[in-house]
Design a protein around this ligand. Structure first.
Ligand code: CP
Length: 315
């Protein structure tokens, strides 16, 4: 049994594999209570008054950055944004010096997105404040996986016995890596479907079923998660061209005819309509894309609450 009053046991959130299933249940319970706050006319509670959170995004973001900002503000924390394009990183300052500079301002947490795998861990080893990984290179995107699993849990009541197909550029996807860990530990069967060139090395050791045919991968699936081609992280030559890729790998209504009834379609965003997901399907009743975004605010409120109150809870 999880003890909801026990101090939160983690200083940092680097990936989902740090979290026990009890931790995940606590995050989901807190997120559920914050969903109610998010429906109020006045969407603000004093829970984190006096706490400060730096949003250090050295890669572009719409959903993750905005939802962390909104989550912090709805809990009355002060949030401060630092983008790499407007920071002294552009003048040659190192990540280490940037981090130590931020630490000297004594924030309670730094939420970091960075192109380098391991950037969040690098900060976590050096700084006293909590580090929350908002996506590091190809490595991990734990808050995305948590909000995806939370969205599906709310939809189905639980993931045991469900089959989730993750489709697209798995090789370059931090979302896929974190989701495979979390969804499988929550009891789902995970299928990965991609062209061979977009599967990671040593995929055979992952706890997943691998498909090279979209129709077969979706057969009987309860949910399909489409992933964007991560062109910014991709070597040339891995796909023939976008039109040919879309012809073979773009999820459309016809593929879902053999999926489970009431199959759900997810996408972490940003979507490239007509490349990895059919535009009408993205807007259809099967789509959970905007539910994922709404869940993202509640889940990130839960994370800020748990990580930023862990010291008080321990006293
Ligand atoms: N899913 C996701 O990380 O979206 P953003 O890049 O917009 O934050």
């Amino acid at each position: 049994m999880s003890n909801e009053n026990a101090p939160w046991p983690h200083k940092d959130l680097l990936d989902t594999d740090q979290l026990s299933l009890d931790d995940v249940r606590r995050i989901f319970a807190a997120a559920t209570s914050f969903q109610e706050v998010n429906q109020r006319p006045v969407k603000k509670v004093p829970t984190l008054r006096g706490k400060s959170v730096v949003l250090f995004f050295a890669e572009p973001s719409t959903r993750t950055k905005t939802s962390f900002d909104m989550a912090g503000k709805r809990l009355s924390a002060d949030t401060f944004s630092l983008a790499s394009s407007s920071s002294s990183l552009t003048k040659g300052e190192s990540l280490k010096d940037t981090a130590l500079t931020l630490q000297a301002m004594n924030p309670d947490a730094i939420v970091i997105r960075h192109r380098a795998s391991g950037a969040a861990a690098f900060l976590a080893q050096r700084l006293e404040c909590s580090i929350i990984n908002a996506g590091d290179g190809w490595h991990a995107h734990p808050t995305q996986a948590l909000l995806d699993a939370f969205t599906l849990t709310q939809e189905w009541g639980g993931l045991a016995g469900k089959t989730v197909c993750i489709l697209g550029d798995i090789a370059h996807s931090r979302v896929a890596r974190s989701n495979v860990d979390l969804l499988t530990r929550l009891g789902a069967t995970v299928r990965l479907c991609a062209p061979r060139t977009l599967l990671p090395h040593r995929i055979e050791s992952w706890p997943v079923e691998i498909f090279g045919d979209l129709s077969r991968a979706v057969d009987g699936a309860h949910a399909v998660m489409c992933l964007r081609l991560q062109l910014e992280r991709m070597q040339a030559g891995l796909i023939p061209d976008l039109r040919e890729y879309a012809r073979c790998w773009c999820l459309g209504p016809r593929h879902l005819e053999r999926a489970a009834p009431d199959v759900r379609v997810l996408h972490p965003g940003p979507m490239n309509r007509g490349v990895e997901i059919d535009s009408a399907l993205a807007d259809s009743l099967s789509s959970l894309v905007l539910d994922q975004v709404a869940s993202g605010v509640a889940v990130r409120m839960a994370l800020l609450f748990l990580y930023l109150t862990r010291k008080e809870a321990a006293q």
